[in-house]
Design a protein around this ligand. Structure first.
Ligand code: ZN
Length: 352
C-alpha cells in the first residue's frame, strides 16, 4: 500500500490518466459511491475572460456524464437513497448522486430536461436570499467588473491598490488576486461592502444579479414539484459559516431551512455548506447541522463515499464536475477516486 501510494504520487495525475493506472487503483480508491457537485449548466460562452468557468458545464457534458455512469453500471440515486444505502450497507452496486449549488435558473432550463431523459434525480441547494432576489453573488459581480475595466483600484490592507485589467491575462490575474483577497476578509458584510463599492465604480449593479441568475420562490415552487427534484438548504445569505459566531451560523442554517420549507411547503432535510472547503466548514459547522437534525450535509472537500461515512453524514465529501475539464477522460479519472485519493493522501474519511 505504501509503495503503491508513493508510486502514484510520483507519477502524478496526468501520467495516471494517460497510462490508465487509475483503473488499477479503483478497487482501492473508488469507494461505494460519490456525490457530484455542479453549479451552472448552460451552453458555453465565447468570452475570452471566464474566471468562473470551473462553475459551469454544458448541457452536452451533463448528458455525457449521465451516459458514462449508465455505461459503467453506476446507479444514479437521490440523497435519501444514498443515505439509506450507507445506513443499511447496500454496496453491491456503486452509486452517484447529482447535487447543484445555489439554485440557478439554468438548472431548471438546461439540467432538468437532461436529468429527465435519464430518469435521474437531482438535489438543488438554495440560498434563500438568492431565491428572494436580494442575495449577492459577489464572484459574478467581480467577473463583470473586471471584464469591462482597463484597471481597477481596490483598497487592500488599507492601501488603495491599482490593478491593471486591460488584457485577458491581466484580468485573469486580477480575478485570482481579488477573489483570494475578498474571501480573506473577516466577514461577509466586508466582502459585500467592498464588492458593492467596486461595482459602483465599474457601473455594475450587483444587487440585481441574483434575480437575473437564480430561480425565484415562485419558479422554485414549480421546479420542486418535479418528482426528480429535491430542494436542500444553503444558508440565507451564502455566507462563510466559519466566519460567523456559532449563534449566527446556526441562525443562517435554521432560518434558511424554515424559509424554504415555508415557501415550497415541503420539508428540507439536506444542507450544503457555502464554499464548503476547510476555511468555511469544519467540526463546529458539522455539529450544528447534526444537532439541527439534517439527514445529510455536504462539503466541497473532494472525496468518494466510503462505508464509514455513515458516521459522518453531515460532513460528506463531493466530486466537482469542473467546467475546465469537460472530457470523458477527466470523468474516468474522477470516478475512479484516484484523483481525490491523491488529494487526500489516501485518507478515506476527513470529517474534522
Ligand atoms: Zn454555493
Amino acid at each position: 500500500m505504501k509503495k503503491l501510494r508513493s508510486m502514484v504520487i510520483r507519477l502524478g495525475l496526468e501520467t495516471m490518466a494517460s497510462t490508465g493506472v487509475y483503473r488499477l487503483l479503483q478497487p482501492l480508491t473508488g469507494g461505494v459511491g460519490f456525490i457530484l457537485m455542479l453549479h451552472h449548466v448552460r451552453p458555453a460562452s465565447a468570452a475570452a475572460f471566464q474566471p468562473n468557468r470551473h462553475l459551469e458545464i454544458t448541457p452536452d457534458f451533463l448528458a455525457t456524464t449521465l451516459q458514462n455512469l449508465r455505461a459503467h453500471d453506476i446507479d444514479i440515486v437521490s440523497l435519501d437513497e444514498a443515505r439509506h444505502r450507507l445506513a443499511t450497507r447496500q454496496f453491491a452496486r456503486r452509486f452517484a448522486v447529482f447535487t447543484f449549488d445555489d439554485g440557478y435558473r439554468d438548472n431548471r432550463d438546461y439540467a432538468l430536461p437532461i436529468m429527465r431523459r435519464f430518469e435521474a434525480p437531482m438535489t438543488v441547494y438554495v440560498a434563500s436570499d438568492f431565491a428572494a432576489g436580494t442575495g449577492r453573488l459577489w464572484w459574478v459581480a467581480l467577473e463583470r467588473c473586471l471584464a469591462r475595466s482597463e484597471a481597477v483600484t481596490v483598497p487592500i490592507d488599507g492601501i488603495e491598490t491599482r490593478i491593471e485589467t486591460a488584457t485577458a491575462a491581466e484580468k485573469q490575474a486580477a480575478f485570482a488576486r481579488l477573489h483570494d483577497h475578498f474571501r480573506s476578509l473577516p466577514t461577509d458584510h466586508d466582502i459585500n461592502a467592498a464588492i458593492g463599492a467596486l461595482a459602483r465604480r465599474c457601473g455594475i449593479d450587483d444587487a440585481t444579479i441574483s434575480r437575473e441568475l437564480c430561480l425565484s420562490w415562485d419558479e422554485l415552487k414549480a421546479f420542486a414539484a418535479d418528482p426528480l427534484v429535491t430542494i436542500g438548504a444553503h444558508t440565507i445569505s451564502h455566507c462563510n459559516l466559519a466566519h460567523e459566531t456559532a449563534e449566527q451560523a446556526r441562525h443562517e442554517i435554521v432560518a434558511s431551512r424554515e424559509r424554504i420549507a415555508d415557501a415550497l411547503e415541503c420539508p428540507v432535510r439536506h444542507f450544503a455548506y457555502p464554499y464548503g472547503d476547510k476555511a468555511a466548514a469544519g467540526r463546529r459547522e458539522f455539529d450544528i447541522a447534526t444537532t439541527l437534525g439534517f439527514d445529510t450535509a455536504v462539503t466541497t472537500r473532494p472525496g468518494m463515499l466510503f462505508p464509514g461515512h455513515v458516521d459522518h453524514l453531515t460532513a460528506l465529501p463531493r466530486l466537482s464536475l469542473n467546467g475546465n475539464f469537460q472530457t470523458g477522460r477527466a470523468l474516468s479519472v474522477l470516478m475512479s477516486g484516484a484523483a481525490t485519493a491523491l488529494w487526500n493522501g489516501f485518507r478515506r474519511i476527513d470529517a474534522q
